[in-house]
Design a protein around this ligand. Structure first.
Ligand code: 13P
Length: 249
């Protein structure tokens, strides 16, 4: 009942020619796939990747919450919509940690995205230290609630991505059981905060060292609705295999 999403977050990687190759390959590959494939290139390539899109969507890696103005280096939700972009990553742990994106800012970004009818992929996840101290669930709940409280959203207005920080770029994937446990918990929090119906319909993606080998087992968990893929999304064959794994669940 929930159509899975596989989103490739290129982070600050790629080139115009890589983007071109990826677009062609994914257009051909994803034609009959029961998965929403999303490509998230660096912003400078976003319009190019979106213009070529036939069988995938695009996600921006960041957005500003203001409508327009003197914000050097930023892009607005309207600009993303203008080039046809449908999704935006919000609260990726790299932006929280390296670009000082505090929760108040993320809540504003989320509200701006919803208002502009851009589908936010809200990223949440704990550090290794927080997990070891038994705080993983409390941290994720807090991140989730601080972003969505005050918003009256439906399941087609948000996607959540659980990305444990200790699993990002480390080669250490969360086990399917660990991921499932957190995904189920996120659904419970959404049910309490918004509604049971909304929680049941919301797509919750897993991210953190997803690769062609681990994807199947992760995606077969009942509350995992696809993945947010970093490193493996830069390898076209691996990315296709990950998309296929989501389609075959
Ligand atoms: P990796 O797949 O490289 O671990 O990155 C995950 C991620 O941060 C996706 O947003």
């Amino acid at each position: 009942m929930r159509i899975p999403i596989v989103a490739g977050n290129w982070k600050m990687n790629g080139s115009a020619s890589f983007a071109n190759e990826m677009c062609q390959q994914i257009n051909a590959f994803a034609a009959d796939l029961d998965v929403e494939v999303v490509l998230s290139p660096p912003s400078v390539y976003l319009a190019q990747v979106q213009l070529a899109a036939e069988n995938y969507s695009t996600a921006a890696q960041n957005v500003h919450f203001a409508a327009a103005g003197a914000y050097t280096g930023e892009v607005s939700t309207a600009m993303l919509r203008d080039v046809g972009c449908g999704y935006v990553l919000i609260g990726h742990s790299e932006r929280r940690a390296m670009f000082a994106e505090i929760q108040e800012v993320l809540a504003k970004k989320l509200a701006a995205a919803v208002e502009a009818k851009l589908l936010p992929i809200l990223c949440v996840g704990e550090t290794l230290e927080q997990r070891q101290q038994g705080q993983a669930f409390a941290v994720v709940k807090q991140q989730l609630l601080s972003a969505i409280s005050g918003l009256d959203i439906t399941a087609d207005q948000i996607v959540v991505a659980y990305e444990p920080i200790w699993a990002i770029g480390t080669g250490e994937t969360a086990s399917p059981e660990q991921a499932q446990e957190m995904h189920s918990y996120i659904r419970t929090v959404l049910a309490e905060q918004i509604s049971v119906a909304m929680a049941a319909k919301t797509r919750i993606l897993y991210g953190g060292s997803v690769n062609a080998e681990t994807a199947s087992q992760l995606f077969s968990q009942p509350d995992i609705d696809g993945g947010l893929v970093g490193g493996a999304s830069l390898k076209i064959e691996d990315f296709k295999n990950i998309c296929s794994a989501a389609a075959s669940q």
